[in-house]
Write a protein that binds this ligand. Sequence first.
Ligand code: ZN
Length: 148
Amino acid sequence: MAVAEPQFDDLYREIILDHYRRPRNRGELTAATQRVEGVNPVCGDEIHLDLEIEDGTIQDVSFWGSGCSISQSSASMLTDRLKGCSIEEAERVMAKVRAMLMEGAAPDAEIGDLEALEGVAKLPVRVKCALLSWNVLQEGIRQASTAA
Ligand code: ZN
């Protein structure tokens, strides 16, 4: 137990473990328009995101990677929540997830299952795990907007 574990209530722990054990949208996209990746050296987490962005909408998104349950379940929840969303909505959700994790803001209904990560906010070391996939997403969106 080298790294401190956040405290979660039972419902939240259940949601996180469910996404970790049965990741949603795992794998590669054959029609990806953006392929981005990132690492969190502190914990050894690695996340790859494939995005299919067309007409300002995330038509499809998938991920693969390795690392702790928080990093992997956060990525699974991200794909689950943002598949089919406009870039505008994705950026709004991203801002709300960051506010919850970095500033301890109360979870907003719009972020869906991601509210399960609320307890991570109290442990800065683990915030990096939860934010990894979101930083990767931001880079993907940036690339897409530069390419357009
Ligand atoms: Zn981690």
